[in-house]
Design a protein around this ligand. Structure first.
Ligand SMILES: NC(=O)c1ccc[n+]([C@@H]2O[C@H](COP(=O)([O-])OP(=O)(O)OC[C@H]3O[C@@H](n4cnc5c(N)ncnc54)[C@H](O)[C@@H]3O)[C@@H](O)[C@H]2O)c1
Length: 447
């Protein structure tokens, strides 16, 4: 099948490479010519495990290419996926990129006799595909839905695990507004054996938001309880969490064996959810609900807890060890989670901004996300000392904050940490393992 993907960021690129690996011919379109050039020379534009190898394979097979020219790509495609960004603007979804992509495809359809299906893969609020996207295409093409197909196929991949998630999905959602589009989605995903849901496009859109919103609810709920545990004192929230996780409705016992499902990783306290999806998606669906006259109390609370959670790190350190002014803090981890170089909405952005505002000297390290982090920080990045390697600088720090769960940071034990304060924001260590240091964390205030 010939497939065009408009927008070649995380989702567009991973989808394109994986669809090509399954035998389709894929052309990825992006307005960024350096992205296109890099991909056409076989080099990935993002960090993702397994991507360099897979890109080399599909690039040399001739089944994957990239271009800046949408019309040229569409010339031979039966289906076009829109995978452009849908950022948040003042808590509301910004559909500018989606509208532009829809108009550009509409202009192509105007001059073409071929029937193609346009399928939205970007995360868009319910009702976007069958109103906004449809209307933009109709206006630009002068044709009606029916002359072209329309659908919505949400993406559930997680950065850091993106290729595996795309290749072995837990479900595929075929949101469709017509039979042609459903048929094309079925053909496109024929090589995948998993549960395939057939729904309309607004249901598909709400499935994606509900999925993220419910996971965000869990994270904020455990964080709120963690803050309560710290306020009470004498409790370690990890002991509480373990006690809860053992409920067989969370971890069932099957054939006398306890199953530990991955959902439990969303029930561990930390400094809040970040990344390119959760914060903006929860905001977008909350705002949509409020526009419809609903109070959206639950999601408002989820966001409020999350907003203040990185500040817990600073509050606890100050409460326990005094003012941060003039002290040196080493922040380990800048990506919003391990195995990615994505720093969008990373808690480290807020933690470092707070440390600087308090007058601390900040040392910072990440194995792969430093350059993205500097760009995201803007001019204030010049106030931070970014390190290429962290081990030999531990001795210079008064406080070490483990902010991203990169496995190498668990080796902090093998450096000289005696007498230092370690703030383990990700619960990577056990308090006993760093007995020579002052161990602090969210949800834990021992006497
Ligand atoms: N990143 C994730 O983990 C993830 C997971 C699931 C869903 N999503 C959703 O997928 C969508 C894309 O996310 P992303 O992280 O890949 O975004 P991104 O910002 O990394 O990439 C978007 C790309 O689209 C390109 N673009 C914008 N307008 C264009 C146009 N008119 N023509 C061609 N290219 C254009 C940009 O240059 C950019 O490269 C979003 O809606 C996001 O919410 C993301």
């Amino acid at each position: 099948m010939n497939i065009t993907i408009v927008g070649t960021g995380y989702v567009g690129l991973i989808s394109g490479v994986c669809l090509a690996a399954k035998g389709h011919h894929v052309c990825c379109v992006d307005t960024n010519s350096s992205t296109v050039q890099r991909l056409n020379s076989g080099h990935p534009t993002i960090y993702e495990r397994g991507l360099p190898e897979l890109l080399t394979e599909v690039h040399s097979s001739g089944r994957f290419r990239a271009t800046t020219e949408l019309e040229e790509a569409l010339g031979s495609s039966e289906i076009v996926l829109i995978a452009v960004g849908t950022p948040s603007s003042n808590g509301e979804i910004d559909l500018d990129q989606v509208r532009t992509a829809a108009r550009q495809i509409g202009s192509y359809i105007k001059a073409s006799q071929r029937h193609i299906s346009i399928v939205v893969k970007s995360t868009v609020v319910p009702g976007t595909t069958d109103t906004v996207v449809k209307e933009e295409i109709e206006k630009a093409s002068g044709k009606q839905h029916g002359d072209f197909g329309l659908g919505m196929n949400p993406e559930f991949l997680r950065e850091g695990n993106a290729i595996e998630d795309f290749m072995y999905p837990d479900r595929i959602v075929f949101g469709h507004e017509d039979k042609n589009t459903l048929h094309r989605l079925e053909t496109m995903y024929a090589p995948w054996q998993t549960e395939k849901l057939h729904v309309n496009s607004r249901t598909a859109e709400l499935i994606k938001y509900s999925n993220n919103a419910l996971l965000a609810v869990q994270i904020s709920a455990i964080n709120e309880i963690a803050n309560l545990a710290a306020a009470l004192g004498g409790i370690d929230i990890m002991d509480v969490a373990r006690g809860v996780h053992l409920d067989k409705r969370w971890s069932p016992i099957v054939s006398d064996r306890r199953i530990t499902p991955p959902i439990l990783t969303y029930l561990v306290p930390g400094c809040g959810f970040g990344g390119s999806c959760f914060p903006k998606d929860v905001q977008a669906i909350r705002t949509q609900g409020m526009r419809l006259g609903l109070p959206m109390e639950m999601l408002n609370a989820v966001l409020a807890v999350n907003e203040s959670q990185p500040q817990q790190v600073i509050n606890i350190i100050e409460k326990d060890t005094g003012s941060l002014a003039g002290r040196t803090a080493l922040v380990l981890g800048l990506a919003f989670k391990p195995d990615t170089d994505d720093v969008r909405e990373s808690a480290s952005l807020k933690i470092i901004a707070s440390l600087l505002a308090k007058g601390s000297h900040v040392l910072a390290h990440d194995p792969i996300a430093t350059e993205n982090f500097k760009r995201a920080m803007g001019p204030s990045a010049s106030q931070v000392e970014f390190l290429k390697s962290w081990r030999e600088r531990v001795r210079d720090a008064d406080i070490i904050i483990l902010a991203t769960q990169w496995p190498e940071y668990a080796e902090i034990n093998s450096t000289s940490i005696e007498g230092k304060t370690i703030f383990d924001a990700r619960r990577m260590l056990t308090p006993d393992s760093v007995a020579c240091a002052r161990y602090l964390s969210i949800g834990r205030r021992m006497a």
